[in-house]
Design a protein around this ligand. Structure first.
Ligand code: AMP
Ligand code: ZN
Length: 459
């Protein structure tokens, strides 16, 4: 089986084959560093961290995730706080890596910063001017969208319709309203670099094109990001990279994650419902947040609520409960593999809901297994699955000790139910009743049915 990914440009799931045998390049648009990442920003970081882990099983991967450290929003944040721009960007780059690290996001291979790639941007802009794809106007350099006949191919927009539907042009120096800024002039109080077009700073889109080319080459295998970046950011990256590189394919696969909403509402400052990862990790284990983010398929919308968190926590309790108390020798752990079906689900366009179902099937098999060797082997496979998905990274005893809320975990409940059923089979009704009372005291109602015993928490 080959890995399959949904490609935004083609609008369907396709088999993935890298350009160079055995090697893959992937670029993910990273954050603009002027504040803490919110839980929506964490979704692409976690989803594409998982994709990187999936790819690394088969390929030598070079994964770049940039920092946009020059941007008008950063300038505004610096002005508002009275701090130097470099202090702001340094603070939030560190915070981003710390926060994503808490969610099990591994460091990418390269983390290019826009301000360290200005030369590459100037070179690319010059190439675009030389080839007739960009023009200088009023101190700015703009990309001429009419010079690239495939403009709109990624976001499936028709350039003529876009131009016809445009409002009255706000920047009179643009030839077409859709022309976008490659370079703009800077005033002395703003960050700026000398260039053939005077002292200025780059537009956002050219930053990613230049950093991708510098670190991954003219053609990259996978370009990833949130759905909101398809237009205009990725459409513009695609246009300018293709035109600067004489038609070379820019990205062979475009992969985009769906959006996260907050209790069915858009997350926005005006609604006051922006939840920062930095705050969440103070009270919720990073793995719970990670699993909650991976709970829905990455292209589907994901609604964040108390329920999302609670259900992820219970799922992890069940997984940790299954491996608790089992000693897997290091040599066995190093050799262990996740079940083929779990890997197949992840390789099928990162199908995390299916992968989690396979994870639970494995946990169930382990819970049922009686032979000690079987239990160790299954536990090793559980841990290997955890390593692949960035879960089960804590010691199970620490995990349960960390709860501290007195609530019985799902694994503990399952274990008690098993104990009760075993007692009943052995006609030890006193023990069976005592366990039922213990569960009842903890607010757990159990029901015996044809397919076994089920439980629920009474509110
Ligand atoms: P930004 O710093 O706004 O450019 O966003 C960084 C990344 O987070 C981009 O890949 C966005 O697409 C993504 N993103 C922003 N908001 C959300 C959201 N609510 N749900 C999912 N992804 C988001
Ligand atoms: Zn980008």
């Amino acid at each position: 089986m080959t890995i399959h990914l949904h490609d935004t440009r083609l609008g369907r799931k396709v088999p993935f084959e890298p350009l160079r045998e055995g090697k893959v390049t992937m670029y993910l648009c990273g954050p603009t560093v002027y504040n803490y990442a919110h839980i929506g920003n964490a979704r692409p970081a976690v989803v594409f961290d998982l994709l990187a882990r999936i790819l690394r099983r088969r390929f030598e991967l070079k994964f770049a995730r940039n920092f946009t450290d020059v941007d008008d929003k950063i300038n505004a944040a610096a002005a508002a706080s009275g701090k130097p721009i470099d202090d702001i960007t340094a603070q939030y780059m560190t915070a981003y890596n710390d926060d994503m690290g808490a969610l099990g996001v591994l460091p990418p291979d390269v983390e290019p910063r826009a301000t360290q790639h200005i030369d590459g941007m100037v070179e690319m802009i010059s190439a675009l001017i030389d080839r007739g794809h960009a023009y200088e106007a009023d101190g700015h350099v703009l990309f001429d969208v009419t010079s690239y006949e495939d403009y709109g191919v990624l976001s499936k927009r028709d350039l003529r319709e876009m131009i016809a539907g445009s409002r009255v042009e706000v920047a009179p120096y643009k030839k077409s309203p859709q022309d976008f800024v490659l370079w703009k002039p800077s005033t002395p109080d703003l960050p700026g670099w000398d260039s053939p077009w005077g002292r200025g700073r780059p537009g956002w889109h050219i930053e990613c094109s230049a950093m991708a080319a510098e670190h991954l080459g003219k053609t990259i295998d996978i370009h990833a990001g949130g759905q909101d970046l398809v237009f205009p950011h990725h459409e513009n990256e695609l246009a300018q990279s293709t035109c600067a590189h004489d038609g070379a394919d820019f990205a062979r696969y475009w992969v985009h994650n769906g959006f996260l909403s907050m209790d069915h509402e858009k997350m926005s400052k005006s609604l006051g419902n922006v939840v920062l990862v930095h705050d969440l990790i103070k009270t919720i284990p990073g793995e719970v947040i990670r699993l909650a983010l991976l709970g829905a398929h990455y292209r589907q919308p994901l609604d964040w609520s108390e329920d999302t968190i609670r259900s992820a926590r219970r799922m992890l309790d069940r997984l940790y409960g299954a491996v608790r108390g089992l000693d897997v020798p290091e040599s066995m752990r190093a050799q262990a593999q996740p079940p083929a079906a779990l890997v197949a689900a992840l390789e099928d366009d990162i199908n995390t809901p299916r992968a989690m179902a396979e994870f639970f099937a494995l946990a169930k098999e382990l819970n049922k297994a009686e032979d000690a060797d079987d239990r160790t082997r299954l536990a090793a496979s559980m841990l290997a699955s955890g390593d692949l998905m960035g879960l089960l990274q804590s010691d199970p005893d620490d995990w349960f000790a960390g709860h501290g809320d007195g609530e019985l975990s799902a694994a503990e409940i399952d274990a008690l139910i098993e104990k009760r059923n075993a007692a009943r089979s052995a006609k030890d009704f006193a023990t069976a009743d005592a366990v039922r009372d213990q569960l009842s005291a903890a607010g757990i109602k159990i029901e015996d049915g044809a397919s076994g015993t089920s439980w629920r928490r009474s509110e």
